[in-house]
Design a protein around this ligand. Structure first.
Ligand code: ATP
Length: 361
């Protein structure tokens, strides 16, 4: 759209169409640009994502009505980046001048790297693809200042936790933890190639990204969002437990259609998973390779064959991960804080990248 790299945005009515420039254009998104678009009539300046955010903000302030901005497009189109620019603009015009380094707006912005570490992954199309939908609600007080925020997420891609294909990756946080040095050692992790949930794809690194540095960034984001060190510890312990759980393999058991822990190595990972989950190892094992059927006469314990035990293991890993993700979102929400007396808000919906299939069913 347009004939130079500086003109990748255009309007159709009040809809902004933006083409991903795939290159950093800092001059388009700096404070100077935010200042330039502030309070200017929509359409007076060249099309820009800040103009859309400003129009929403002005409409909210002038008419006292809540607004929403919908960001849509296929995977890799630039939705997440655009959403972040919108949030940056709204926090710029609606932020407080105070020097407090843990203001609502900073926490809202810092929740992005955190959610990305746990909800984004490399796909064929995008090295940092969001695998969940996100609705960010920014609440304002009567004078147009940000007074609270809430993040709602939905449809996290759970299957990725246990199954990936080359050259995709699992969620970033796993590779970050493996590269974390002392913490990785503490949880008996190490090279991601040693873990089934990561080594189904041979891609461990991302171009221009250091997993170790990203780990520190995730930790910092947790500090800013207000997640206590104990909780941070618990989060990474759970991730490590999931990786160990994935290495638990089964072999056929003595009885027909039953299974047993395959070998010493599997036993070690089972022990590790139980220690890190802080649960009884025998209970964990029976959860994996048996099923309890409740009948009116009492409960019957049925042995499971290897493939059913593996399926059980994977379901447990996916469920724990999805619950961890939800818990993280809840934590972010409670520390950012909601303003229950807020009358107006701007909602930004970053809708999950749809992929084009031959048959879209
Ligand atoms: N405005 C921009 N300026 C520079 N680079 C951008 C911009 N928008 C997107 N990109 C580049 O394109 C990549 C993909 O963008 P983004 O992650 O926002 O896509 P998406 O539409 O959210 O995809 P998905 O649905 O897979 O999450 C980014 O990692 C970034 O490198």
């Amino acid at each position: 759209m347009g004939d130079s790299s500086d003109q990748e945005m255009t309007y159709t009515g009040s809809i902004l169409i933006a083409v991903n420039p795939f290159t950093k254009l800092p001059h388009l998104y700096n404070v100077h640009m935010m200042e330039m678009y502030k309070g200017v009539q929509f359409g007076d300046l060249s099309p820009h994502v800040f103009a859309v955010a400003d129009a929403a903000y002005r409409a909210m302030v002038d008419e006292g009505k809540s607004q929403s901005i919908l960001v849509s497009g296929e995977s890799g189109a630039g939705k997440t980046e655009t959403t972040k620019l919108i949030m940056q603009y709204l926090t710029y015009v609606g932020g407080r001048a105070a020097g407090d380094d843990r203001t609502v707006e900073q926490q809202v912005l810092e929740s992005n790297p955190l959610l990305e570490a746990f909800g984004n992954a490399k796909t064929v199309r995008n090295d940092n693809s969001s695998r969940f939908g996100k609705f960010v609600e920014i609440q304002f007080d009567a004078s147009g200042r940000i007074s609270g925020a809430a993040i709602r997420t939905y449809l996290l891609e759970r299957s990725r936790v246990v199954q990936i294909t080359n050259p995709e990756r699992n969620y970033h946080c796993f590779y970050q933890l493996c590269a974390s040095g002392r913490d990785a050692e503490k949880y008996k992790l190490g090279n991601p190639s040693h873990f089934h949930y990561l080594n189904q794809s041979k891609t461990y690194e991302l171009d221009g990204v250091s997993n170790a540095e990203e780990y520190l960034k995730t930790r910092r984001a947790m500090d800013i969002v207000g997640i206590s060190h104990d909780d941070q510890e618990a989060i990474f312990r759970t991730l490590a437990a999931i990786l160990h759980l994935g290495n638990v393999e089964f072999s056929p058991g003595k009885e027909h259609d039953s299974s047993a822990i395959k070998d010493q190595k599997s036993n070690f990972h089972l022990q590790m998973a139980a220690t890190l989950f802080m649960c009884d190892v025998n209970l964990l094992l029976s959860t994996l390779y048996t099923r309890t059927i409740h009948t009116r006469e009492g409960s019957i314990v049925k042995a499971l064959d290897c493939s059913a035990a593996v399926a059980n293991r994977d379901t447990l890993a996916k469920t724990v991960y999805a619950m961890l993700f939800d818990w993280l979102v809840q934590k972010i929400n409670s520390s950012v804080g909601q303003d229950s007396s807020s009358k107006v808000q701007i909602g930004v919906l970053d809708i999950y990248g749809f992929e084009c299939f031959k048959n879209n069913r």
